[in-house]
Design a protein around this ligand. Structure first.
Ligand code: NDP
Length: 434
């Protein structure tokens, strides 16, 4: 804490991992030596930069850009770019730190990184988003490349922003390095099923947790927070598996449609028209809209999928979910549950799929996009989806195995942290003091 003052989210992420590693040190003291913990929690490089741009009224605006290149122990830095007014060094560092272990868990050769800006895309015109994004990439392009650091999307960064970033990178660097970004459009090197990957992956993961108990998603009532990329495709897959999704949200409030959310409407409102979730009730008057975000966790459900943002479930919301009989939690967002909320879930015996494992589907398909770009091939949707499904099952099994091996059977938080850590720590040890 003295080394990184005031970086609350970063401290939280590091604490969660380090607490889980106690049984590893007890069994294998070698992981305590060589300064592995000190090294792994210090980014290899942090880049902070000025992003000046001109708004539609000719006024110069200035935002701050970040790229944290956290670990290249097992592959090039890989992790999304977030555009949201809350972005600061602590948030990007927590996301980059989590990404190291998540990426290791996928079984793909990718290191950990993350980036972003405190730019708020909400209410900005297409032209403003383009000018900002080009200015952001004008600086970022000096530090990334297909074998160095490969950014992707995250909150506030979707296909439109990736397109603008790719265009600017190409213009400055020349050539056509498709593998420099993932989440690209299908017409210029993107992978089928990347848009769906994180949301689908979360539900595949939850289905696997349930299957192990002889249960399934079929007939379950599901609540999903957010209505962005992860949320929409988590809803879609849950519905495909026979569940009923009754609620979703945005940063202003949530809708409750007890007969089942109409996904086509949500997709159109959020993906095409860029409207608010409150507009849903204008078309579906039987549904209710309520202001505020945490109220969504008061809706009784079997499966809760927090897919919006960090710390959206606190201990109180966790207790309400448990009291209302929730059976499984799948974290689609990064660190959506506070440490206290995780404790409530683990104590209560609900099935808990932590973000690092449950939301790794997006980055896994990003790695598949890199592979396709390298081979100059494009796999079909079915091929990519089948690989994604297999990767999610493997992540579940690897995490369960590590949890059992280190004395915490069934605890996927501990299992995912340990499995990810050991892979990265082993690579660091054989590479000498880097
Ligand atoms: P989007 O920008 O597409 O959607 C984010 C959603 O969450 C929106 O509905 C947004 O509402 C809501 N939201 C954002 N910030 C807040 C907040 N402070 N309080 C309440 N709601 C909020 O982002 P993604 O779907 O891509 O990302 C969602 C989460 O999933 C993030 O934690 C991200 O890091 C994580 N993730 C994403 C991956 C991906 O492949 N996209 C991969 C792995 C993890 P509003 O429209 O009002 O802003």
């Amino acid at each position: 804490q003295t080394r990184n003052p005031g970086e609350q989210e970063f401290h939280q992420a590091v604490k969660e991992i380090f607490d889980s590693l106690v049984p590893v040190f007890a069994k294998h003291p070698k992981y305590m030596n060589n300064g592995i913990l000190e090294r792994i929690s210090e980014p290899e490089r942090i880049i902070t930069f000025r992003v000046p741009w001109v708004d539609d009224f000719g006024k110069v605006r200035v935002n701050r850009g970040f790229r944290v290149q956290f670990s290249s122990a097992i592959g090039p830095y890989k992790g999304g770019i977030r555009f949201h007014p809350s972005v600061n060094a602590s948030i990007i560092k927590f996301l980059g730190f989590e990404q190291i272990f998540k990426n290791a868990l996928t079984g793909q050769p990718i290191g950990g990184g993350k980036g972003g800006s405190d730019f708020d895309p909400k209410g900005k015109s297409d032209g403003e988003v383009m000018r900002f994004t080009q200015s952001f990439m004008t600086e970022l392009c000096k530090y990334i490349g297909p074998d160095t650091d490969v950014p992707a999307g995250d909150i506030g960064v979707g296909a439109r922003e990736i397109g603008y970033m790719f265009g600017q990178y190409k213009r400055i660097r020349g050539g056509f390095e498709a593998g420099v970004l993932t989440g690209k459009g299908l017409g210029y090197g993107g992978s089928l099923a990347r848009t769906e990957a994180t949301g689908y992956g979360v539900v595949y993961f939850v289905e696997e947790m349930l299957k192990d108990q002889g249960e399934s998603m079929k007939g379950r009532t599901v609540v999903v927070s957010g209505s962005g990329n992860v949320s929409i495709y988590a809803m879609e897959k849950a519905m495909q598996l026979g569940a009923s999704v009754v609620a979703c949200s945005d940063s202003n409030g949530y809708i409750y449609d007890k007969n089942g959310v109409n996904l086509e409407t949500v997709k159109r409102l959020k993906e095409v028209e860029r409207k608010r979730i409150s507009d849903y009730v204008k078309e579906h008057p039987q549904a209710e809209y309520r202001e505020g975000c945490s109220g969504i966790w008061e809706i009784p459900c079997d499966v809760a999928l927090p897919c919006a943002t960090q710390n959206e479930i606190d201990a109180n919301s966790a207790r309400i979910l448990v009291k209302n009989g929730v059976r499984a939690i799948g974290e689609g967002a990064n660190m959506p549950s506070t440490l206290e909320a995780i404790e409530v879930f683990l104590q209560s015996g609900v099935l808990f799929g932590p973000a690092k494992a449950a939301n790794a589907g997006g980055v896994s398909v990003s790695a598949l996009e890199m592979a396709q770009n390298s081979m100059r091939l494009a796999w079909t949707f079915e091929e990519v989806d089948a690989k994604l499904h297999e990767i999610m099952i493997n992540i579940y099994r690897t995490s369960m195995k590590a949890a059992a091996e280190y004395g915490h059977p069934g605890n996927l938080v501990v299992g995912a942290n340990i499995a990810g850590f050991i892979k990265v720590a082993d690579a660091m040890m054989v590479q000498g003091l880097v």
